[in-house]
Ligand binder design. Structure first.
Ligand code: GLP
Length: 241
């Protein structure tokens, strides 16, 4: 695992975007793994800047999102399908037809998970997987005690994660209780993992991920086992290392 401490939160995004842009310049139809949450937003903003400046073309890129809430109707502003479209696909000129988000509104959720895994197996492996980390060490929506062998599946969100994500909704009651998430086993198949974290609130999770024992009590600690994982953090997020 490589740990880079960037001079500012914005620099975390620029560094990570630079790594992704390098991959796409080498391989214009690279497969990207997309994450939601606030942590990767600077990455997407910097990729959009490079595209607008004519330095980068993401129109041939294929992409898979990590997770999705269950039960939010298509078009709901907080469904991850919509968030990915708004924050990533449209600003960076990706082709929406080449972007897959697990279908959290499917009648048969098990079948939706299987279909997502099948498409990922056909198109993948993911060249670069972007990740954030929850304050409890979750990656995607793989909450503590998730199996390291897990695949895309239905999960129940912990009260802490629902509370953390309540800021995106009018009240916590509106935060779904269930989600679909790529499994840790699925995530670990990416060629390269790029995890970003900013701010002191992430310091403990970052320390457990980087220096703690590899344990499902901190799902992100599994990155220690990945042959090509890079953690990019700002000073406050690195403060417990
Ligand atoms: C969310 C997402 C994760 C994200 C994490 C941290 O619940 N499912 O993919 O990495 O929690 O979110 P944030 O970046 O907003 O702190």
């Amino acid at each position: 695992m490589q740990v880079l401490i960037a001079p500012s939160a914005a620099a975390v995004g620029r560094f990570a975007a630079g790594r992704i842009a390098d991959v796409v310049r080498r391989r214009p139809d690279a497969v990207l793994g997309l994450a939601t949450g606030s942590s990767p937003l600077d990455i997407y903003a910097d990729l959009a800047r490079q595209v607008a400046a004519g330095e980068l073309d993401l129109s041939a890129v294929r992409a898979f999102a990590l997770d999705e809430y269950i039960g939010l109707p298509p078009g709901h502003p907080q469904s991850y399908h919509e968030v990915i479209d708004r924050e990533v696909v449209r600003p960076t000129g990706m082709d929406p037809a080449k972007v897959r988000v697990p279908n959290g509104f499917a009648e048969d959720l098990e079948a939706a998970c299987e279909e997502f895994e099948r498409e990922l197996a056909e198109v993948g492996p993911v060249d670069v997987q972007i990740l954030g980390v929850g304050t409890n060490g979750h990656i995607g929506f793989n909450e503590p005690m998730s199996s390291f062998a897990s695949r895309t599946r239905v999960k129940r969100l912990t009260p802490a994660t629902r509370q953390a994500n309540a800021r995106f909704f009018d009240s916590i009651d509106q935060v779904p209780e269930l989600c679909l998430t790529q499994g840790i086993g699925t995530v670990m198949e990416a060629e390269e993992l790029l995890l970003v974290a900013q701010g002191a609130a992430k310091a403990e999770a970052v320390a457990r991920m980087v220096e703690g024992p590899v344990s499902s009590s901190c799902p992100a600690s599994v990155l220690q086992f990945h042959p090509s994982a890079t953690v990019i953090v700002d000073g406050p997020a690195a403060s417990r290392l």
